[in-house]
Design a protein around this ligand. Sequence first.
Ligand SMILES: Nc1ncnc2c1ncn2[C@@H]1O[C@H](COP(=O)(O)OP(=O)(O)OP(=O)(O)O)[C@@H](O)[C@H]1O
Length: 415
Amino acid sequence: MKIKHYGIPGTDVSLKGRWMQELLIGNAPAELQELQGKKGLLFSKVVLDKFIEEDAKHGNSVLVTGENRSLRTFSSGEKRKALLNYLLLQEPDFLVLDNAFDSLDKTSVKALRSSLERVSVETAIIQLFNRQEDLLPFIGSILRVENQDITNLMSVSEFLEARGQTAFSAISTIPPAPNVFSEIPEALVKMNEVSVSYKEKAILKNINWEIKKADFWQLIGPNGSGKTTLLSMIYGDNPKAYGVDLYLFGSKKGSGESVWEIKKKIGYFSPSLTELFTRRNSVLEMLISGLRDSIGLYQKPSDKEVRTAKAWLKVLGIESFSGAIFTGLSELQQRIVLIGRAMIKHPALLILDEPTNALDDKSALEIISLIKLIARESETAIIFVSHRKEKGLEPKKIYQLIPTENGSIGEILPV
Ligand SMILES: Nc1ncnc2c1ncn2[C@@H]1O[C@H](COP(=O)(O)OP(=O)(O)OP(=O)(O)O)[C@@H](O)[C@H]1O
């Protein structure tokens, strides 16, 4: 009998509920009777996080044997590749892939797709996916799962429907800057021959990169090429940023302004931020806290701050959620609020670290449209990090990290 493979559009496996857990232990629903009593394994972020936790406690992760450093220090792509190989070695009857390609670069995606194609000859695959382009070619049917039940079973061609316009494409402008940062030089970031290594491993080699006011950069590079490391030199407290030829807003890093002062001029968003905000702050308070560079809101906001935040709520299309608790919003809404929060002060530089990661096509398009609106309507320079060439993003410049034996070198690509 020919093995059947299924795709399930939507977010992560934990939201797919109990039936997925039942499926993994062999209690398949009627629609998937052929998997009854079979051995299933799960590839997901939660499973990977468990291995990372185990490794942090006991060391010697089974995922990366023969390496004398912790699993945590591997790049997100490297970790995912290791987990998949480990699962495949156990020869499951079926494999549930929960967004297997998120955070994997083009080359790794290609390699993974062809190994999954080989696996699919003998092993059934159930693919949870967010982006249509991720759908594996051998998947024949799509299952819609809502409220823990399968609500629809259809063919892939029935599923592939056209996608519409976003709300942000119709908006003409954004609220103005609440304060003007004075004396910001034309060159916001300047790196001259910057090299970084961890122990004896070279990560970045002779990086020359200049980011000017109102620039719109996309930063690309394969897994482990050092994108996060490069950003942490600018935004984070990476000790490697001291003692190299790196200028932020006109002063050499470490010599002039404190990390705190530097962060005031930078807006930062990464999807992992959504997990950091656990207090019961309202959406309005979240936006206002972006004017204060604080996580929560500890003092009563001024009328002007409230007005600015309300103007942003309108642009972000979430006016009706003003008083709602942030943690109760959908993933897309949370990201929109946090991008608004990063942008509300009109920072000189806005860093967006994989803002579309793990979103479906429609949601990714919303985020892209919001970023385009910000790029068009502000003087803020943007660094957008993503493995994907996002359709319609149109950055003005691309900085690519290219791995070599002596660390990644940087190259400016034509757009
Ligand atoms: N503290 C550390 N000790 C040793 N190696 C490290 C440490 N932090 C990062 N690395 C290594 O540095 C390299 C660059 O990692 P980085 O996370 O910057 O890459 P990336 O381009 O952001 O990757 P990805 O796209 O997978 O997120 C990787 O090989 C990683 O394993």
